[in-house]
Ligand binder design. Sequence first.
Ligand SMILES: NC(=O)c1ccc[n+]([C@@H]2O[C@H](COP(=O)([O-])OP(=O)(O)OC[C@H]3O[C@@H](n4cnc5c(N)ncnc54)[C@H](O)[C@@H]3O)[C@@H](O)[C@H]2O)c1
Length: 277
Amino acid sequence: MKLVLTGAAGRLGSHLREPLSKMCDELVSTDIVDNIGTLYEGERYEKADLASLDDMMRVLEGADQVVHFGAIGDEAPFDQILGPNIIGAYNVWEAAYQHDLRRVVYASSIHAVGMHAKTDFIGTDAPHRPDTFYGLAKCFAEDLASMYWDKRGIESVCMRILSCAQVNNARALGSWLSYDDLIHLVKQSINTPTTGFAVVYGVSNNDRAPVDNANVSFLGYRPKDNAEQFAEKVLADEPEQDLDDIAHHCQGGPFASVELGNSGVATMNIVQDAKKI
Ligand SMILES: NC(=O)c1ccc[n+]([C@@H]2O[C@H](COP(=O)([O-])OP(=O)(O)OC[C@H]3O[C@@H](n4cnc5c(N)ncnc54)[C@H](O)[C@@H]3O)[C@@H](O)[C@H]2O)c1
């Protein structure tokens, strides 16, 4: 099996490279940076721009599946999102179609449905309700995935990741996706024999998880970690959440209240714990 990983230089990509390299004969890791340092056995690096169809055609050639994690990972002005996140999504699915790949495993985001109330405990069939241009681009990619399945038979698993980062705030007690559970989810998304077009929430087995994956039990995603282990410390450091505050009320957290085009990540104190070889 040959796999392609986009966004390989990113934080999540850094945690996926080794497990992906072990589950295939050849892993092509790709990103826009010049290099990603030491490679794992069976891994090759190719610099490529998501916004270039020629580049995506080059890196996807001969692959069975693509694990698509490359993107601007934050809210930004529309013209910055457009190339990597929107045109980039088209390029990945179109190159996958032209090279006859079986499936796209896609890092979508909770921000595709970020304006839904957390108390609604939404399922994977909740209508799109983006909170930012970033979330809107995830909606576009999910609809593209749906269309490429219906019209061209390319399977997709759109993983709406909630927050895959260290738990250092009260929202993350519900939204946390541990790296181990991320890896398990990506493996299930690749290995499940038939997925068609599927949407799944990327969230650990948190007592306070605000979303429902009941519709996609066929993926065999059974997360093991639970953010409740961090609750005592986090809640001691953070005053009670005011549910009238849109950033606490909505799935998207700070992205739900930020001005369009302004960074949401800047307010989130994310620990940059990329995996090093
Ligand atoms: N981290 C999270 O909690 C989270 C939550 C929801 C969704 N996601 C999604 O998961 C994916 C990875 O997130 P991350 O936290 O690792 O982000 P990241 O910013 O660390 O990684 C994204 C990578 O994409 C690359 N990239 C950007 N523009 C590119 C271009 N034009 N061509 C090629 N590569 C380009 C960047 O160089 C970077 O290495 C993203 O799609 C993000 O939207 C992440």
